[in-house]
Ligand binder design. Structure first.
Ligand code: SF4
Ligand code: SF4
Length: 311
């Protein structure tokens, strides 16, 4: 069921996810399109997320934005603040209750363990988004494990001093007992400044076909493909924190419901490190999250489980 409408205020709206933002100057949303979008969101009972750019918005647009309850995603002063590199992440002002997204290439992530630890101390929620998932190779598995496990003492120390920091790569899996994926195309849809709907901002910026427009409504071909129950590999998986990014699926495997090896391995290394974090929590409190159970599995890519079952 559709729950969220993501509105890109500008072609240069910040990227909060795996895709690269548009570099060259683009168009901004018009007041007419924005008015229709807000009306549509109200009619469909959707939560609205506005994605801002550095481009200064007009007073009319600002008034329209203020006319509806919403979440702001921007480079500063927002509910979700995005840093496009580690230098930006260290200079941000960290406020209570906000989420901070750090977009990073995988190799840079591994070099920034100390910086990340300092963010986990300062922020209530940190989301790391890897911008080059396609470059991840199996030979990096050990390094990634070591990197994630190296963050566990910091998270434990923060909990001990009553700062329950949330960190998408390690704590999310502990809080979930079912999939909590991005679900673009199923639970969320994006409206671009051209007045058309896209599965997510990445599909828009990649020049993919629109899936309807604000005047005529949504028109997604084969909408079932965006649902978990039509993703045969993901539906047997318990890396519940995985984004299950259907844009990456399409880019790397040509199908929106078929995950790439890289995405699955990354998510399973995180899942397994979360299991170690859980064990550390239970050393302090034996009843910590009693329902949480992360079983041992013999694979890092559920595709291997599928092929074993159907040789
Ligand atoms: S780890 Fe792979 S199989 Fe599991 S949800 Fe993520 S993409 Fe799907
Ligand atoms: S499908 Fe979701 S996870 Fe993937 S790029 Fe789009 S918003 Fe991000």
């Amino acid at each position: 069921m559709l729950k969220y409408l993501i509105i890109l205020l500008d072609d240069n709206a910040v990227s909060y996810c795996h895709y690269a933002p548009k570099a060259e100057l683009g168009v901004s949303i018009t007041p007419d399109i924005l008015k229709k979008a807000i009306f549509w969101a109200m009619k469909e009972n959707l939560s609205v997320q506005f994605v801002h750019s550095k481009v200064k918005m007009s007073a009319e647009i600002a008034t329209l934005i203020g006319s509806i309850d919403h979440t702001d995603i921007a480079l500063s002063d927002a509910d979700i603040v995005v840093a496009n590199d580690w230098a930006e992440a260290t200079t941000l002002k960290y406020s209570k209750g906000r989420s901070y997204v750090v977009r990073t290439a995988f190799e840079n992530l591994l070099d920034e363990s100390d910086t990340l630890k300092s963010l986990l101390v300062r922020a209530d929620r940190v989301n790391i988004v890897v911008t080059d998932v396609e470059n991840f190779s199996d030979y990096m598995i050990g390094k990634y494990q070591e990197f994630l496990e190296g963050l566990i003492p910091t998270i434990i120390d923060e909990y001990k001093r009553d700062h329950q920091v949330q960190f998408n790569l390690l704590t999310d899996r502990l809080m979930l007992n079912e999939m909590n994926n991005c679900n673009a195309g199923y639970e969320s849809i994006t409206l671009a400044p051209d007045g058309k709907f896209y599965i997510c901002p990445a599909f828009y910026l990649d020049g993919e076909q629109s899936v309807g427009d604000i005047d005529n409504g949504l028109n997604i071909k084969n909408p079932q493909l965006y649902k978990l129950d039509h993703a045969p590999i993901c539906r047997i998986c318990d890396a519940f924190q995985c984004k299950r990014c259907n844009w990456l699926n399409k880019r790397l495997c040509r199908e929106v419901n078929t995950p790439s090896h890289q995405q699955c391995v990354l998510a399973h290394v995180e899942r397994n490190a979360s299991k170690k974090l859980l064990k550390e929590f239970r050393k302090i409190d034996a009843f910590f999250l009693p329902e949480c159970n992360i079983p041992e599995v013999e694979f890092l890519d559920p595709f291997d489980k599928v092929t074993k079952q159907n040789p």
